[in-house]
Design a protein around this ligand. Structure first.
Ligand code: MN
Length: 138
């Protein structure tokens, strides 16, 4: 497992502030690279998950694109197997598809999160990913 300083040193983009909230199990680091505005209409966040951290199930009304820049993570769409993610992977999430993403239990994980069609509305947050499901990914 890497320590936080190594992640800071290796990160392509600034890692930002360490935050916790009810939509995540575990802490994430968040840096807003491109703000939500009406000029570019393309918010881009740099999101770093500490090992074991993942977000709750959710949907994006306008969709979302994830670009993995460091570490190992998971991505799952409802009704499908969990995908393991690594640096260089690209995930295109269609509008209103229920899904979650996060780190593996033993790795830091960083992705850029691009909000597509953001005018269609904010993410809809749903239930957490239970520990027994998360820790039984294979
Ligand atoms: Mn998402």
């Amino acid at each position: 497992m890497e320590c936080g300083k190594e992640v800071h040193d290796r990160s392509v983009f600034p890692v930002g502030e360490r935050i916790t909230n009810e939509n995540f199990i575990g802490p994430v680091w968040l840096e807003i690279l491109v703000s939500s505005d009406t000029i570019f209409n393309c918010p881009i966040y740099n999101v770093t998950f500490e090992p074991g951290t993942r977000n709750n199930w959710h949907k994006h009304p306008g969709g979302q694109i994830l670009l993995v820049t460091n570490g190992n993570g998971y991505y799952q769409e409802e009704g499908k197997p969990v995908q393991t993610l690594k640096t260089g992977d690209v995930i295109s999430i269609h509008p209103d598809v229920k899904h979650w993403h996060g780190a593996t239990p033993d790795s830091w994980f960083t992705h850029l999160a691009i909000s597509t069609n953001p005018q269609k509305g904010e993410a809809q947050w749903l239930e957490p990913v239970p520990d027994d499901e998360y820790h039984n990914v294979r």
